[in-house]
Design a protein around this ligand. Structure first.
Ligand code: ADP
Ligand code: MG
Length: 350
């Protein structure tokens, strides 16, 4: 009897032990799976560079904070290199010479892209408007806004020293030359380029990182929120800074907006803003805001500037821009909204 009991006690002890161990294992599995399934947390970093406020929101298993810093440094590097107001920049070096200047591969590729966008947009995008932009006083971002409308003679003179036809690229010897006193201004594409570079350096560190990087409203997506959800990007109402006219749902790619509300002054009730029409030498008329969604930020940035200049030619924009990968949302001077058919895709919450 006693023997039998003692055997049962041993069996009972084993059973309790087994149940205990299994319970611990189950709890461990539950804990571990919930830990790995937990949505990644996002690290946010903001600061001034590229002449505007920039924001990085990133999540990476390799370390979000370090990645954000690497990305921010890259934005700064690009800004320093292509800022026409920095005497040590590559753009200043090119602008201060009237002879051929040898350039590095990165600069050649960027200038080549700028020239291509100029051709694709029938000259609406123009990377060699430095003299015209200076005449209007929109060159000094840090200083106060201009308040004088230049005379037609002054504009005529500045136009003679402006335009992509005065920019020569020599692909054989990787060099560039500006003729007739023309000056580069990459303000309509540099922000997009910086965003694409920030994306690139982030992906080199961690190809699975997610989040986005933003420069003054232009955005490059790194990857979907929590790995699967879209980021919701509001398109600002050009006449009401605190409200949106549309929402875009993006899991990849980029979006850029050009508007007449960014930098402008008014004289006699007329608004003079910083996006100039290379054909007239005056601020472009027709659109008050143009938003472009594209695969990359360079395309979105260059096309939003070009689309803005072409505000009065919606037919061209709607037919041509999708060929270069751009979906467009335009607000015209009378406040009406136009969208290319492909834009609708991004406006649907998925
Ligand atoms: P923002 O920089 O305000 O987002 P854009 O991307 O449209 O707006 O860039 C505007 C800047 O581009 C101007 O400040 C100027 O440096 C430059 N720019 C002005 N007109 C043109 C143009 N027709 N083509 C290319 N760049 C331009
Ligand atoms: Mg632009």
């Amino acid at each position: 009897m006693w023997k039998k009991d003692s055997k049962n006690v041993v069996k009972l002890d084993r059973r309790i032990l087994l149940v205990g161990v299994s319970l611990v294992v189950v709890l461990l599995i539950v804990f571990l799976t919930s830990f790995f399934k937990a949505p990644p947390s996002y690290y946010e970093m903001g600061g001034f560079t590229l002449g505007t406020y920039c924001r990085i929101v990133v999540s990476s298993k390799k370390g979000s904070k370090v990645l954000a810093q690497v990305m921010f440094n890259e934005l700064e590097r690009v800004y320093k290199k292509y800022n026409p107001n920095d005497p040590s920049s590559v753009v200043s070096k090119i602008n201060n010479s009237n002879d051929w200047i040898d350039i590095d591969e990165e600069t050649f590729v960027l200038l080549d892209a700028a020239v291509r966008f100029s051709r694709l947009t029938d000259g609406a995008f123009d990377p060699a408007l430095g003299e015209l932009i200076r005449l209007w006083g929109f060159d000094k971002i840090a200083e106060k806004l201009p308040s004088r409308v230049p005379s037609s003679e002054e504009i005529g003179e500045a136009l003679k020293r402006s335009g992509v036809d005065k920019l020569e690229l020599d692909s054989q010897r990787r060099r560039v030359r500006l003729i007739d006193g023309a000056k580069l201004d990459l303000g309509g594409i540099a922000k997009g380029y910086a965003l694409d570079r920030a994306y690139q350096v982030a992906k080199e560190v961690d190809k699975d990182c997610t989040g986005f990087v933003e420069a003054g409203g232009d955005i490059r997506i790194l990857g979907p929120k929590f790995g699967s959800r879209p980021w919701v990007v509001g398109v600002r109402d050009p006449r009401k800074s605190d409200s949106a006219i549309a929402y875009l749902y993006l899991t990849s790619g980029a979006v850029a907006t050009s508007g007449d509300y960014e930098r402008y002054f008014e004289v006699g009730g007329v608004r003079y803003h910083h996006i100039l029409d290379p054909k007239t030498g005056f601020p472009a008329r027709g659109a008050i805001s143009v938003t472009v969604v594209a695969d990359n930020a360079v395309t979105a940035d260059a096309l939003s500037t070009a689309g803005f200049v072409m505000g009065a030619q919606w037919e061209y924009v709607v037919l041509e821009f999708p060929k270069f990968g751009g979906s467009v949302l335009m607000v015209t001077e009378d406040g009406s909204i136009r969208r290319s058919p492909t834009m609708v895709v991004y406006e649907q919450a998925r």
